[in-house]
Design a protein around this ligand. Structure first.
Ligand SMILES: [Zn+2]
Ligand SMILES: [Zn+2]
Length: 555
């Protein structure tokens, strides 16, 4: 292989081995295109963290090479990191009208005033960016205007599906550009990167229209108010709820900040069709008879602060659940949210509502392709190489197996991880080194300042609380002048644990005396002796390990 042979590198910076924070780097010589810049919601072992974004050290180090960020669609796991990424890099964005509309809303919310070049693209449009020629094609997904991307490079064509499914009867009538995929395939595709989310699911994902039929059926039977919770970004599902309301002569109120924002962006850009006088304010709609009312709201994930959860807990300022209400949770819990959703459902039942949710009826279909569609995608595109993306490790493995089934040789399939470089030349493809990649935690205004040590402390505080020991020592004589005093939070209820606290004080006294006798004068050593002795005692007494914070004052 000669040194000057053109090579293309694909470097996933997020989205592999995880669901969320999708970001892929495509590099040819000194030009980089980035596909998506998403966030991930914090996991259970990240107390206090608001969100997780990809580590973009590699992009910052190569900032002059980065030519554009191409956006597949407007979900948070694809655009959510943009407010942070754009503060570091001023790069043009390419995406559909809706995607960029949602990005604008997001930048405004984060008070980012920078002038970002926003380039609206349409399906089947081609744009030239440096040495790259980029084709966009339509796919179906749970948000309108989702794109797949084909990037033509001097080494070959790279095809990225984005999040997709094939819906033969989509709500907006716009089916995926199957013919474009077939055309790409017949011209030759070097490598396909494809959505692995549902690689474990057999068969085909059902059409969104199926949900519409179920919603209509439920509307036909409901006697009282109907409350529908779904994802704010699922515009087509909201459209189907509005259509059912129209059919049954009900009015609609939209509740919940993200729902109100998204619907207003979608309406102003022409993605949702709201019949005149259909949408009312909550105050107006409450004057109507119950069987004329529909409320569309957030909270399908049981999020504690969402409108639906607050209604379920009787904590909503303006809305309470009434016996006879029908509550429709038209979404499936994202892994990790199952308990929250189940709790919300229980509370809604307790308030007297009839609750209809995914487990017991077809009020949700996935936005991601199942196995047969994944195979169809590979058969249409006929890539030489295959990289499963957008999934936990097991999803990637299942997807790789499907690729093998339809004839992709095992050695041409790359199961990668974030930061791994996959390099392509005319001769072949191989893993080739690594770049920095990982999780950057966002907490309040801090980006990346909370790391493992802070998280470990938070977990310890959350699990067993804290004990603070304050003691005043005479500088000259090293005698204890005051204390030890003990303050504790989240460990034991002090008023009922006087004996334990007194014993703890004795332990501290003994330890200080020992230090004095052994001539240990270094404060950090005294502190660690106290911490150790007290920790051992408290664990023996309580089987708990609170954080112990000795404070020594000198007089
Ligand atoms: Zn998506
Ligand atoms: Zn996604």
């Amino acid at each position: 292989m000669s040194k000057n042979e053109p090579k293309i590198q694909i470097i996933p910076l997020g989205g592999l081995g995880e669901i969320g924070k999708n970001m892929t780097v495509i590099q040819y010589e000194k030009e980089i295109l980035v596909i998506d810049a998403g966030l991930m919601f914090p996991e259970e072992d990240m107390p206090g963290i608001d969100m997780v974004i990809p580590d973009i050290t590699y992009l910052k180090e190569n900032r002059e090479y980065v030519k554009a960020i191409l956006l597949t669609h407007g979900h948070e796991d694809h655009i959510g990191a943009l407010p942070y990424v754009l503060q570091e890099l001023n790069v043009p964005l390419f995406g559909t009208k809706l995607t960029l509309g949602l990005v604008e809303g997001k930048l405004k919310e984060n008070k980012i005033k920078k002038n970002i070049s926003m380039n609206v693209v349409n399906p089947l449009q081609t744009v030239k960016i440096g040495n790259f020629t980029v084709d966009f094609f339509r796919v179906n997904h749970s948000i309108p205007d989702s794109l797949g991307i084909a990037i033509h490079t001097p080494v070959g064509t790279i095809c990225h599906t984005g999040d997709f499914k094939f819906d033969q009867t989509p709500v907006d009538g716009k089916i995926a550009d199957l013919h474009k995929l077939a055309e790409l395939g017949s011209k030759g595709v070097l490598v396909l990167l494809s959505d692995s989310t549902n690689a474990e699911r057999t068969g085909y994902t059902m059409s969104e229209k199926v949900v519409g039929a179920t919603i209509e059926e439920i509307f036909g039977m409901a006697k009282g108010r109907i409350i529908v919770a779904t994802f704010a970004s699922n515009i087509h599902r909201i459209q189907q709820v509005v259509d059912a309301a129209f059919k049954y002569d009900r009015k609609v109120a939209i509740v919940g900040r993200s729902m109100v924002n998204t619907v207003s962006i979608a309406e102003s850009l022409g993605y949702i069709n709201l019949p005149e006088n259909m949408i009312l304010e909550l105050d107006e709609i409450s004057h109507l008879p119950e069987n004329k009312i529909v409320i569309i709201t957030t909270g399908s994930q049981g999020e504690p602060m969402s409108a639906l959860t607050r209604m379920a807990m009787s904590e909503h300022k303006k809305l309470e659940i009434l016996p006879g209400d029908t509550v429709l949770i038209a979404a499936t819990p994202i892994p990790g949210n199952e308990k929250l959703v189940a709790r919300t459902i229980d509370h809604l039942f307790k308030q007297g509502a009839d609750v209809i949710y995914e487990k017991i009826s077809g009020v949700h279909v996935s936005g991601h392709a199942s196995q047969e569609e994944l195979k169809l995608m590979i058969n249409l595109v006929r890539p030489k190489y295959f990289i499963p993306v957008h999934g936990e490790f097991r999803h990637l493995i299942h997807h790789a197996n499907l690729a093998k089934e339809v004839g992709i040789p095992e050695e041409n399939i790359f199961i990668a991880e974030n930061g791994r470089i996959i390099e392509f030349t005319k001769d072949g493809a191989r893993f080739s080194g690594k770049v920095t990649a990982g999780k950057v935690l966002v907490d309040g205004l801090g980006v990346g300042d909370v790391g493992n040590i802070v998280l470990r402390d938070r977990k310890q505080l959350a699990q067993d609380g804290i004990m603070i020991v304050v003691v005043t020592i005479d500088k000259e004589s090293t005698e204890v002048v005051a204390g030890p005093d003990i303050i504790s939070r989240g460990f034991v209820y002090v008023r009922e644990s006087e004996q334990l606290i007194e014993q703890a004080k004795d332990i501290v006294k003994q330890e200080l005396k020992k230090c004095q006798e052994e001539n240990i004068t270094e404060w950090s050593s005294i502190k660690s002796e106290v911490r150790e002795a007290l920790g051992k005692f408290l664990f023996e007494q309580t089987r708990r390990r609170p954080m112990i914070l000795p404070i020594i004052m000198e007089v």
